[in-house]
Design a protein around this ligand. Structure first.
Ligand code: AHR
Length: 528
């Protein structure tokens, strides 16, 4: 077999055979589902320097009169986060929201037990809402289902969403906010399946508590959307699909999303294994989709949409995982490189490919803590993972995801751990080209391609099966000198580069060579 391949390689080198191009076929009539803008959300948790020393740094010369860091805010706005989750994470499971409202000097200092800090509560509900309004995004709140009560959850909705009358609505007005915040998205706790979660419950107990919290919250504001905590514990001894089944069974008439979480890493420094990790997110999406479909066939939801999936935490997180690097004021300050940016591109492709069922996703987190933006007291830099997320957030929504056909060489992974504390995976026939595509009614087409190949550029025929490509494609590429290249305060080796436009004329086929270890976004037009 190897000899035969060598002969083929020699023949190709001698010009005796032509290497077969890879192929990407798109058909603008073959659609999967609408790509929701909320696929490109982020997450702000009271953890390390995400809030304090991240988005909020009163007294810093770079901060405005609200204490918001203006350089951080500029990078956040450029990233275009479409929805931001707050205030946790593990933090929320022992967070009592009343500690974080009212005159700042009256707010209590608390022991923060999830990440081992002192929580001043100087930043809370209203400060976050001020921030959200400044950056122009949608807020998404999480209630405490660990040590919190269902009554406390109800009172939070009353405080934020009821215009006037009851005690907590009037309290908000006294705090200087005459108009309600109208927070639409609320999750019923965080990772409640995890033994690490403060107030962790078994599936039955969680589902019952979440159902009653949902009842009170919806009675307070019937317009809210609720997100149930799906499985996040994928350790070998856990039974995540059983958790999902129990929770969906109990909440199938009530909630709007099931939240899933996934963190991956490259602890054994195996590039090709690592590159395949987004396909596991896709497998889990398919598994949960099947479960949701089955539940929806028996649900009584009236006019409501079916339950969707919210991947409301995902990222790469394996370096800052020791006891010291997971606690205190500098927790989880992971620095990213090119291979991480390519894995993020793969995650985003997987989300778009499954746009029929995935309607929200939040990169965890926004600043400093496993984040696309890194800040010190005197400045910031954009991490490598910032750039693919930005390209997707600025371009890849508002149209129909396409069911893309990809034909490229493939590889098999070893059996490997997905990340620390995670289960193992082994994948076969992983294509070197990872693709998603979207088509808009106005004829615009977007094709997002990761070339996972470490050494080779892949010449690829892009084929349009209904209508023709017309005009030119804009080409945006995220790449760098090598897969370990990263960004820091001295400069950015990995970022988006706008390449020369690709002329496509008016035809059904165009060829493009995707460089080794790159992410490319092609933006063009199809005329039907
Ligand atoms: O994002 C960091 C942590 O990861 C979150 O607090 C928790 O939900 C998850 O385990």
């Amino acid at each position: 077999m190897t000899r035969c391949l060598t002969l083929v390689a020699l023949l190709i080198a001698a010009g005796g055979l032509t290497a077969q191009n890879a192929r990407i076929k798109i058909d603008v009539d073959r659609t999967v589902g609408n790509v929701h803008e909320h696929l490109y959300g982020n997450f702000v948790e009271h953890l390390g320097r995400c809030v304090y020393g991240g988005i909020y740094d009163p007294g810093n010369p770079l901060s405005d009169e609200n204490g918001f860091r203006t350089d951080v805010m500029e990078a956040v706005v450029d990233l275009n986060p479409t929805i931001v989750r707050y205030p946790g994470g593990n933090f929320v499971s022992n967070y009592h929201w009343k500690d974080g409202v009212g005159p700042v000097d009256d707010r209590p200092d608390r022991m923060e037990l999830a990440w081992n800090r002192l929580e001043s509560n100087h930043f809370g509900t209203n400060e976050f809402m001020d921030y959200v309004k400044e950056i122009g995004t949608e807020p998404y709140f999480s209630v405490n289902m660990g040590t919190g009560t269902i009554e406390e959850a109800q009172q939070w909705v009353e405080y934020t969403n009821v215009k006037e009358g009851p005690y907590y609505a009037e309290l908000r007005k006294q705090h200087g906010y005459p108009e309600p915040h109208n927070i639409k998205y609320w999750s019923l706790g965080n990772e409640m399946d995890g033994f690490w979660q403060m107030g962790h419950l078994n599936a039955e107990d969680y589902a019952k508590k979440a159902r009653e919290a949902a009842k009170l919250m919806q009675l307070t504001d019937p317009s809210i959307k609720l997100i149930a905590a799906g499985a996040s514990n994928f350790r070998p001894d856990a039974n995540p699909m059983e958790w999902n089944r129990v929770v969906l069974e109990e909440l199938k008439d009530v909630v709007d999303y099931l939240a899933l979480h996934m963190y991956v890493g490259n602890p054994n420094d195996n590039y090709y294994n690592f590159m395949a990790t987004p396909l596991v997110l896709e497998q889990r999406t398919h598994l949960v989709k099947g479960l949701i479909d089955e539940m929806m066939s028996r649900a009584d939801r009236g006019e409501r949409d079916p339950i969707y999936i919210a991947w409301d935490e995902y990222n790469i997180w394996y370096r800052w995982r020791s006891e010291e690097t997971m606690t205190g004021t500098r927790a989880l300050e992971e620095k990213y490189n090119l291979e991480d940016a390519l894995v993020i591109s793969g995650f985003l492709n997987a989300l778009v490919r499954n746009a029929d069922v995935v309607k929200m996703a939040n990169m965890a987190q926004l600043v400093n803590v496993i984040a696309p933006i890194f800040a010190e007291e005197d400045g910031i830099f954009r991490q490598t993972i910032y750039y693919p997320l930005q390209l997707f957030a600025q371009n890849m929504h508002g149209g129909e995801s396409l069911d893309v056909y990809v034909d490229s060489d493939t590889y098999d992974t070893e059996r490997f751990f997905l990340g620390l504390g995670e289960s193992q995976a082994q994948l076969q026939d992983v294509p070197y080209l990872d693709v998603s595509a979207m088509y808009k009614e106005n004829g615009e087409v977007y094709i997002a391609v990761v070339n996972r190949h470490l050494e080779d550029a892949l010449a690829t025929d892009l084929i349009c099966q209904t209508g023709n490509f017309t005009g030119e494609f804009e080409v945006y590429e995220v790449n760098g000198p090598d897969i370990k290249a990263g960004n820091d305060f001295s400069g950015e080796q990995v970022r988006t580069v706008k390449k020369e436009n690709l002329a496509v004329g008016d035809g059904e086929r165009v060829t493009y060579s995707f460089p080794a270890h790159s992410f490319t976004l092609l933006k063009g037009k199809v005329s039907k």
